[in-house]
Design a protein around this ligand. Structure first.
Ligand code: MN3
Ligand code: MN3
Length: 319
């Protein structure tokens, strides 16, 4: 029998990737399902809510990103990674992405009419800024042929997880801070907690790939990375303007987007590029204030602090 052709089984008893086990355990510990959250408690407030259209579009945009992350992102990166434990971790993350994408539909089903839902899914297909970010990220996912393009795909994944979701996350969190649509925001908090983990994990895997490159390649990739981020940042500013200017929130959302762009850069081991700004503390914590289906108080803020920790250990995820 040729050893070359034999299939290898994943062996979790012999660590092959330093933190794969830590990321796996953390993801399983924070596992959740959309049906555990009582979104129907939001129906009464939704009926008198005046910015339903903005809210639907926000959720629509998030649905598209999580759909891509389920079907292309985690699959493609996992396909091209060789470590079997890291592959398993990314597959587990991919399953969560499918739960995220489904959760937005759960909110739609609970709050909106079929016609309204159909309209927002049509809007997703026709919005140029949303389509732009989807295509830029997907291009990288689908272009993996070697280590350099694998790193670029991982970098793109971290941008999606740690940066591009946040123009959308802002609104439900902001509203919940004022007592509006708090149960829907709880779903967003749960998603955000997962994305924070994914950004740290894929960022960490990406840093390990990056270390193997020579100095020239590293310099080139760094330049490419900042340019890629800036291109998406410009697009994100326009998207934010379109979504939020009517309700007077675009300046606040843009600050939050910049904050998260810095976070994405830190996750891949790069220096941040935007100045520090003050963010609405409720949005910053990514947390609702009360109501009970999930206990967030024991974990408050941790989804954010994990991204700031330099050395990741088991301690990082001990809430
Ligand atoms: Mn997701
Ligand atoms: Mn994710």
């Amino acid at each position: 029998m040729l050893n070359l052709n034999s299939y290898e089984a994943v062996n979790w008893n012999r660590p092959s990737s330093e933190l794969a086990n830590v990321f796996w355990k953390q993801q399983t510990k924070q596992y959740w399902l959309e049906s555990e959250v009582a979104v129907s408690k939001d129906i009464l407030k939704w009926k008198s809510f005046e910015h339903q259209d903005t809210y639907r579009k926000v959720l629509g945009g998030l649905t598209l990103l999580d759909t891509i992350q389920t079907n292309i992102g985690m699959n493609q990166i996992s396909e091209h990674i060789t470590d079997l434990q890291e592959k398993a971790v990314l597959t587990l993350f991919g399953a969560m992405e499918a739960i995220h994408a489904r959760s937005y539909s759960y909110i739609f089903t609970t709050l909106c009419s079929n016609q309204e839902i159909d309209e927002v899914f049509e809007w997703i297909k026709s919005n140029p800024y949303l389509q732009y970010k989807a295509s830029k990220i997907s291009e990288q996912y689908q272009g993996i042929v070697d280590k350099v393009t694998l790193w670029k795909a991982m970098f793109s994944s971290v941008l999606l997880e740690s940066f591009l979701f946040y123009s959308g996350f802002f609104y439900p969190l902001y509203l919940a801070g004022q007592g509006m649509l708090k149960n829907s925001a709880e779903i967003i908090s749960l998603i955000l907690r997962d994305e924070a983990l994914h950004g740290v994990a894929v960022g960490y895997f990406a840093q390990n790939v990056f270390k193997e490159f020579d100095e020239n390649t590293q310099t080139e990739l760094k330049l490419w990375g900042y340019q890629f981020l800036l291109d998406l940042y410009d697009n994100e500013m326009k998207y934010t303007e379109e979504l939020y200017s009517d309700i007077g929130l675009s300046a606040e959302v843009k600050k939050y987007v910049r904050y998260n762009a810095n976070k994405a850069l830190m996750n891949v081991g790069f220096d941040k590029m935007f100045d520090d700004e003050n963010i609405d503390p409720i949005v910053m914590n990514g947390i609702r204030t009360d109501s009970v289906t999930h206990d967030f108080f024991s974990q408050k803020g941790n989804s954010y602090t994990i991204a700031k920790v330099k050395a990741i250990t088991d301690e990082t995820f001990r809430f």
